[in-house]
Design a binder for this molecule. Structure first.
Ligand SMILES: [Zn+2]
Length: 158
């Protein structure tokens, strides 16, 4: 039995997400993140990745990236959450979605998309509704910068 099923998402109202079909222990490989392995040069030369679909692109190593924007990659349906219960774990040329804490049956499986902080972050609003949600899809390490910015903006507007 698969550990996940596809369902309409609570986070992405227009899309689908993956939901746990049973209780999943921390450290469990839930699903492999599959796709086409392409060279960095192919990534650079392709206009597919110029911010419209960066969420599906993974850095595998110095030479290769993984393009997960393919119909047979079910793991691409996993949504981002600021309090994600799973994470992407790469070994060699493989990427797995691994639970980082216990996931209860029926919970949506979520990851941290790990976007860097740059001027384009406003393109990707986050609707995960976590108490620590910063409003945008930005990796944990970069999120404080946005919070800082928000505080700054608030001060200016007062
Ligand atoms: Zn969020």
């Amino acid at each position: 039995m698969k550990l996940y099923k596809i369902k309409k998402s609570n986070i992405d109202r227009n899309g689908r997400g993956l939901y746990a079909t049973k209780n999943i222990k921390a450290g469990t490989k839930i699903i492999e993140y599959v796709g086409n392995i392409i060279t960095k040069k192919q990534t650079e030369n392709s206009d597919k990745f110029d911010n419209s679909k960066p969420i599906y692109l993974f850095n595998l190593n110095k030479r290769y990236d993984l393009d997960g924007d393919v119909s047979w990659n079910t793991a691409r349906l996993i949504n981002h959450s600021c309090s994600n219960n799973s994470e992407y774990d790469g070994t060699g040329l493989k990427i797995w979605v691994v639970s980082k804490k216990e996931i209860k049956k029926g919970e949506e499986i979520t990851c941290d998309y790990g976007f860097g902080y740059d001027s384009d972050y406003r393109q990707f609003p986050c609707k995960c509704k976590s108490t620590n949600c910063c409003g945008y899809i930005v990796r944990t390490e970069s999120r404080w910068r946005i919070n800082k910015k928000f505080k700054k903006n608030t001060r200016i507007s007062r």
